[in-house]
Unconditional design. Sequence first.
Length: 293
Amino acid sequence: MAEECKLKSLLDEWEFPEMYSVLQENEITINELKHLTNEDLKEIIPVLGKRIRFREKLFLWKEKICPQSNETLSVHSKVGTWLNSPANSKGFNDIAQILRSCGKGRAIVDYYTENNQLLESHRHDIISIILEEVVTSNCILHISDFTLICEQILSLFPNENKIKSDFKLLYPDSENLLYSKWEKFINRIIDFFNSNIKDQASREELALCKQLSNKDSVNYMVIKLLNSVIKPTARFKSQDGNVLKKFTISDAQESLTLHVTNLSDYEVKINGLKEKYYASSNTLQPIIIVVGA
């Protein structure tokens, strides 16, 4: 009974009281909690964002009671240079190894080997597995890393390259036009915004955009403000299902981009949007996720 009280108190302190019943169902006491690994957490907490937050609390606690734990070091360590050293982490030199290191990844590889194709759910799972590796390893990704990751995914699953190949055949020398013309577009579209954005909220966002020095922040604001000049015409049902409501500029912005401060928050935010849209019998379309303060 004393151990149960300690476990419950600890989970309350971590702001995870709902995990008490999950741990009980899996016969995990406070003693077993000390020995939980990344693989164990994948079994009992399938939702990525929640698992990341719980794992951080768990490993900080394990660091206090077991300072020499190697697994604790993988998340929080005083030797930050050790964390970022390529010689001491997987990095992204082998996506195949990352996928084969977990049950879900192995299942995806096996399915592709047998069927020569991936399901949409597999594509989402591959992204989740890679994102989890980024967070767990405290990796800092650069543009070159994304190119390498894509190349390795396409090498593992060559049929997934078909859309890009078709586009390249249909529009030769056009696949990088967006990037090559983007800077000129930014300057011209901001001038266009000055004359054509009318609503007050968007004008205030435009004023903020002009003050930003970070290019990524400017790009995000420009994409968001496109909804102010390409005004939405769609309509959707209200939550009671009776009234047709017109999409506002704010609705359009919400369905185009999602801004999260931390990568670990994206899944919670996406689920919130799904609940909101599904409640009015609407669907959530592909969305641009922007990460940063």
